[in-house]
Structure formats: C-alpha cells, structure tokens
Ligand binder design. Structure first.
Ligand code: SAJ
Length: 433
C-alpha cells in the first residue's frame, strides 16, 4: 500500500479531483459492488486499497483473482493488481476518499441492519485526516449517512464533522451515493449510469461528485444525503411494485383460465402500458429486500410497497404449490430448469427458484433433477435429499415433468416440441417469448 497522505496534501472541497500519484481511495467491502468499484477506480488511475474482513477475499484479490462471477471483472481485477493500482487489505489505511460498500441485511423482522456500515465507520474514524471524503454506497435506510457522521464525530472530537441542514464547513466531507448497477452488467453500468450524489452539506456533495466525475460517463447529479438515500430505495421499490403487478396478474389469469403471456403481450401494445414479466417470485439481494427499508421508515403509510413485497413473496409459494400438483400427478422424474435468481448469472441469493427446488428436494428428493448451467454442483442444502444436478439433455430424455424456473440463454433454444409428452410448467413464459 502507498504511504498514507498527510494534512499538507489533503485536498479541499473545491478541488477538481483528478487521480494523482498520491491520491488514494479506500473501498470498504470487496463484495458485488465494492470489488468492481475498486477495480474500475484503479483502471482510471486511482491508487485503490480494497478492505475486507475476510482473509480469503483479501488473498484472492491480491493474487489477481475474484471470488464472485461477474462479466469482465476477472480481467479488470487482474489488470489492476498487475499495474499495482489495486491492493487488498484487512486494515483500513489513511486515504483521500473512503467508500463504504458493505452489506445492509434485513433482520427477521424485515427491518434494516446497518451494523456493518457502523463498523466500517468505526474502522475509518481513527484513520481520517482533514480533507478526507467519506462516501456511503451501501443501500441504507434514510438517516444512515448522518449516523456515520455521528460515529465519526464521537470518535474524533478533534475533527469538525459536517452536519445535515447546516451550511457550516467541516474538516471532512460526508456523502451518500447509491450503487445502481445491474448484476451481470456491473462493470459497464458503473461507468455508464447516471449517479445521484447526496451530500450532508452542498460542499460535501460537490467534493464526492468530483471522485465520481473522474470515471462516470453518465451525469453526476448532486442533492442532499436524505434525498439520495430515499432515491435508492424508491428505485427498487418501483421495480418491485411493477413486478408484483405482473405476478398478481399471472395468478388472476390462472384463475380465469387465460394465458397471461398473451394478455401482457397484447396489453403492452397500448402506448402507455408496459407490464413487466411474471416469474416464480422475486429474488436477489436488492429488489426483494430494499422495499422493506422504505416500509420500515414509514410503516403506517407505505401500504402499496408492503403489499407488493407480500404479493411477490406469495408468488413463490403459489408457484411451488402448482409444481407440487404436477409432481403428484405423475410418478416419474421431475426436471427443474434453473436455480439462479434471474437469467444468466451465477447468483443464487434470495432466489425463489432455489427455495422452491430445495423444498421439493426435501420431500421428493429421489425424483428431482436440477439443470443449472451456472452451478458446478448442487448447493449444500441439497445434500442427502437424493436430488441430482444433471445436463439439459439428460433431463429432457428422462423427465416426465419439466418446470422452467429460470430463462437462462442456455435454455432459450428449446421449443414446445422438446417437451412433447411431458407435463410442462413454464414460470417465465420462456416458450411463449
Ligand atoms: N424479475 C421478474 N420480472 C421482471 C423483471 C425482474 O420477475 O420483469 C425478477 C428477476 O427474475 C429477479 C428480480 O426480479 O428475481 C430482480 O431482478 P432485476 O433484474 O429486476 O434486478 P436486480 O436485483 O438484479 O438489480 C436491481 C436493479 N434495480 C432496478 O432495476 C431498479 C439494479 O439497478 C440495482 O443496482 C440493484 O437492484 C441493486 O443493487 O439495488
């Protein structure tokens, strides 16, 4: 790691921040967002130190490798390590910029757990020098950026920490800039997407924006931290509500005995209608989680957003019930196509397809075959169930019941003729689209 910078080289809020040999960015959390961000920053000339609590992650990255599957990420990390612009560490160094990209999980009561962000703030606080800029990227409930400021102020009474609503200049800058990238397109979207940058004060926003302007081709839009925090939760809630509409429509269509895919295709020919696609439920670490943060912030009034979450969760239960109906109607093998939370990624987090497959395996294990091109072996939960991971050809040759849970590209060449004589449930409408 490069030598820590001193007060003399600290850069003021108005500086046009261009990567200079002594400018460092510390990225806290080397996960799905932190690692790609660290590698992109390094590719734009910044000296980047990625920090993670996992020794294994730090070792892997320092060896030029990646622990997550994401298009173009392995090449980018490899080049960043080779060029010595990126290094990984267990310890937070002194840096010009700190980016917090740690998880904010949901508790069992559907409320946000910001303890990782708080720990990151505690780890950063002792290292801060005047002029540093701290940016929270983690998806967070409204008020989290101010909470980070509070922690730093408590631990560093020697520093003037900027306060929301006050125009008084601080010794440091503090801002919120939500990540908005789509898994599978992270590296491209990190550079191309517009960014919303919310400062605790306007000067903080300007300072943080200077970092993003050094690598973002989209617009860098500045606002205050509370608005930026709300924007992130709003984006994912908007998508969840719209997917819930499609999912509820699919259940209504089943009830009415009409084909939901035909309904959507034809309704979408109206110039102001754009219905999304139903599926077996909503997965991933974002859309299925973030709306709860907004509900938790305003539990009495966030009725539609709460209901959308419930509708999307119910769709997984409903899908499983329908599959069980088919499984019980036939004595033979059952092929489940896909486990990932959406097509063409190896990410199984919060995946309804995985949950459904696991439930079926637990009760009908010997009959269950899983086809998942993005898995080398079945996830641990399948151990002892008797379920097996098989090739698509094997599944099609032997199954009596076939369920499309994920419309991976590897399945898209299939036509109804490939399923002749079988009971088929296409939860994604792959065969119609
Ligand atoms: N899904 C449907 N029907 C659809 C679209 C999606 O059932 O028509 C399902 C998917 O199968 C998946 C889930 O929704 O299970 C979520 O997938 P997604 O592609 O909508 O979103 P994510 O979770 O991969 O990424 C989202 C993005 N947010 C928005 O599109 C508003 C991304 O830009 C965010 O950065 C990301 O969440 C995040 O990290 O918050």
């Amino acid at each position: 790691m490069n030598a820590p910078f001193d007060t003399a080289s600290a850069i003021g809020p108005d500086a046009t921040v261009q990567p200079a040999p002594d400018h460092q960015v510390a990225v806290i959390g080397l996960g799905y967002i932190g690692l790609p961000t660290a590698a992109v920053l390094a590719s734009y000339g910044w000296n980047v130190c990625g920090i993670d609590v996992s020794e294994k992650v730090v070792e892997t990255v320092n060896a030029g490798g990646v622990h997550i599957e994401e298009k173009d990420l392995d090449r980018l990390v490899h080049e960043a390590i080779e060029s010595e612009k990126l290094t990984a560490s267990l310890e937070v160094p002194t840096a010009h910029f700190y980016m917090i990209a740690v998880p904010t999980p949901l508790t069992s009561e559907n409320t946000p757990d910001i303890s990782y962000v708080e720990s990151a703030a505690r780890a950063i606080a002792p290292k801060i020098l005047p002029g540093a800029c701290i940016i929270v990227e983690s998806t967070s409930p409204v008020g989290t950026t101010e909470r980070v400021g509070q922690i730093i102020a408590e631990m560093r009474p020697d520093l003037k920490v900027p306060v929301y609503g006050s125009q008084q200049a601080g010794d440091i800058a503090l801002a919120y800039c939500p990540e908005r990238v789509l898994p599978g397109k992270i590296v491209r979207e990190l550079v191309q997407n517009d960014r919303v940058i919310g400062g605790v004060t306007p000067a903080c926003a300007t300072r943080a924006a200077a970092l993003y302007k050094s690598f973002v081709e989209g617009d860098c839009l500045t606002t205050n931290c509370r608005v930026a925090e709300t924007v992130k939760l709003t984006e994912n809630s908007f998508r969840d509500v719209n997917i819930a509409f499609a999912n509820e429509l699919s259940v209504i269509a089943d009830d009415l005995g009409v084909d939901v895919w035909d309904v959507i295709k034809l309704a979408n020919r109206h110039p102001r209608v754009n219905i999304l696609q139903p599926g077996p439920g909503v997965g991933g670490h974002c859309i299925a989680v973030d709306p709860w943060f907004l509900v938790a912030s305003a539990p009495k009034v966030a009725r539609l957003i709460r209901t959308a979450r419930e509708v999307n969760d119910f769709k997984a239960t409903y899908t499983e019930r329908r599959i069980r109906g088919l499984v019980d109607a036939m004595p033979g093998k059952v092929a489940l196509l896909g486990l990932a939370f959406k097509p063409d990624i190896d990410d199984f987090r919060e995946s309804p397809a995985l949950e459904i497959a696991l439930d079926l395996a637990r009760t009908r294990g010997q009959r269950i075959m899983v086809v998942e091109p993005f898995a080398k072996e079945l996830p641990k939960g399948f151990a002892g169930t008797g379920a097996e991971l098989v090739s698509l050809d094997h599944a099609l040759a032997t199954a009596e019941v076939v369920v499309v849970l994920v419309d991976h590209t590897a399945f898209k060449h299939l036509t109804p003729a490939d399923f002749a004589g079988k009971l088929v449930y296409d939860t994604r409408g792959m065969l119609k689209r």
